[in-house]
Design a protein around this ligand. Structure first.
Ligand code: NAD
Ligand code: ZN
Ligand code: ZN
Length: 338
């Protein structure tokens, strides 16, 4: 099978011909139909984060496809099922996080396309209990970005406990951001979209953003303050200073939801204590979503409540696609189709 492999943090991905993997006990073999390119895959390929994956590995945690084979202990009736293989590839299932609905915090978790091979290949094996069924009415092309960009921003909106009269600022209208705008609209919020690219802001407006701010031309803190300040700021950009601007744009009682994961070498965000305390600000870290969150994301999409904006490419174009994401030359998401 064809696979895009990270062989070193300083080299482009290598297209390799690898044997089709065998599903072990409790696993399924999935023939990948579509696989989204998340900015996280780029961080993985470059070794950007404090906990690094070990090359060689196959990135991709938005893989969607058909179960072709099952391992020991998995119901054979699952052959033919369309499933998504998300970032949360496996969790222990019995720690306090797992049993309280926070499996995404499990310390025993394995991450697809990071600690286990992912979806940038014609086939992938995955834990049968952690793949999520893709319902009829959601195409593989749409299911792929929903599997990370969708579930992550859906969860970010959930943890912010937004009330309909509140203002939500979304910083970064890329793969994640174009869906964040829609989930914030679905809970009734007034949405302010912030990016440095006018085309992305046009897309945000088309998807329901009430206000758009080009941070390259206008100070977003001043512009949001002018609108009354944000109750919630969801940060999806990959630059620490954007987190600081988002914090500064919050009104009293505001919540800063941190989702973007800038490279370690770009340094920490720095938040002033005095306004945090006096304004009663909450700082929330939000990591992907659970299997149940993804079920809800697919259900909303099947009912026509969200739109996925993505361009289709071939896996051979993986390195050029990474360059395009880094240069901001993509509409929202890139999906490799097989
Ligand atoms: P992306 O590259 O598609 O989007 C980033 C967006 O930020 C782009 O639209 C870019 O134009 C915009 N941007 C750049 N500079 C900006 C600025 N100064 N102000 C506002 N916007 C600016 O990336 P993505 O796939 O959406 O991922 C975003 C980040 O989220 C990555 O760091 C990724 O690793 C992380 N992520 C986190 C989770 C999680 O669970 N917490 C899940 C998935 C992805
Ligand atoms: Zn656990
Ligand atoms: Zn992702």
């Amino acid at each position: 099978m064809k696979a895009a492999v990270v062989t070193s943090f300083t080299e482009p991905l290598e297209l390799q011909d690898r044997p089709v993997p065998e599903p072990g006990p409790g696993e399924v073999l999935v023939r990948i139909e579509a696989s989204g390119l998340c900015h996280t895959d780029i961080h993985a390929a470059h070794g950007d984060w404090p906990v690094k994956p070990a090359p060689p590995f196959v990135p991709g945690h938005e893989g969607v496809g058909i179960v072709e084979q099952v391992g020991a202990g998995v119901d054979a009736a699952r052959v033919g099922e369309r499933v998504a293989i998300p970032w949360l590839g496996h969790a222990c299932g019995h720690c306090d996080h797992c049993v309280s609905g926070w499996e995404t915090l499990c310390e025993e978790q394995r991450n697809t396309g990071y600690s286990v091979d992912g979806g940038f290949a014609e086939y992938a094996v995955a834990d049968a209990d952690y793949v999520v069924r893709v319902p009829a009415g959601v195409s593989p092309h749409d299911a792929a970005p929903l599997t990370c960009a969708g579930v992550t921003t859906y969860k970010a909106i959930k943890v912010a406990h937004i009330r309909p009269a509140e203002r939500v600022a979304v910083f970064g209208i890329g793969g994640l951001g174009h869906l964040a705008v829609q989930y914030a609209r679905l809970v009734g919020a007034t949405v302010i979209a912030v990016d440095i690219d006018d085309q992305k802001l046009e897309l945000a407006a088309e998807l329901g953003a009430d206000h758009v701010i080009n941070a390259g031309k206008t100070d977003p803190v001043a512009a949001i303050t002018e609108l009354g300040g944000a109750d919630v700021a969801v940060v999806l950009a990959v630059i620490p200073h954007v987190f600081e601007s988002a914090f500064a744009a919050l009104r009293r009682g505001g919540r800063l939801v941190c989702v973007g994961l800038p490279p370690e070498q770009d340094g920490p965000m720095s938040l002033p204590i005095f306004p945090t305390v006096l304004k009663g600000i909450s700082v929330i870290g939000s990591i992907v979503g659970t299997r149940q969150d993804l079920v809800e994301v697919f259900d909303l999409h099947a009912r026509g409540r969200t739109r996925v904006i993505a361009e289709t490419r071939k896996l051979d174009e993986v390195n050029a696609s990474i360059d395009d994401v880094l240069a901001g030359r993509t509409t929202a998401r890139i999906v490799f189709e097989f």
